[in-house]
Unconditional design. Sequence first.
Length: 286
Amino acid sequence: MQSQANLNWGIAAAGRITQDFVTALGTVEKSRHVVVAVADVDGQRAQQFAQRNQIPRHYDGFDALALDREVDVVYVGTLNPFHYAVVHLMLARGKNVLCETPMSLSVEQAKELYTLAEQRGVFLMEGMWSRFFPSYDRLRELLNNDVIGEVTQVKVQHGFRLAHMERVCNRSLGGSILMDIGIYALQLGQFVFGVSPVKILPSGTQLNKERVDVQIEFMLDYGDGRRLVALVTGLENLENDAVITGTKGEIKLYCVSLPAVQLLVLHPAEPLECSSRILASATGQV
């Protein structure tokens, strides 16, 4: 059997999140995934990142990374406002791209990027890591097996004390609690229902002095009585769980945006003394 060729990675930005990604990449098969270059708008920062992670090449700016012929795929971990420009640059040069969430700051920009990827015949993906958690694999299995019946509601409360952080509170940096962590609530609705909402109903938004949202409550109507109800905040730490309600029971996901250890399945229609509580571990064992 012929072995697969190496996948050579380039890293766009030398920050905390790209460091986390490189560290994680180092835990998989090294003969398959190799980081060969890193670039940053701060050349010295890129050099330090390269030295720290034993990366052979570092670049001052992203143009040189886009021109590096040995790079097969680029992980883009810049600040949100720069995602579009950097991803566009890489796609235009024929690079496959994995971009940190959110892909862009507008629907129009995202559509343009996906169109460009199609035209260039390259891979483009938004790095929604939740979809790759073992708990989400288990959740998908439970939903596919109709364990809780037809899903009617997803209720999410998601919050961390983030409103003081520049990436959240500063408009010029693309600040927005919805863009920062609200995306995890949004993707869960899409994950569960498998379709786009027919109606978006915001019920309350709190803005800071720069008129950037630091807390938002909303409901997404998916039609036929199905809905997502969410509270997303950067003002306080919440339980960060989600309850998925169906016609035969409920599933509680203990963490929306971080790897959850367990899912709890509850069948409230049964008598209390016989209610079926299934603790499903992240590995799928019951």
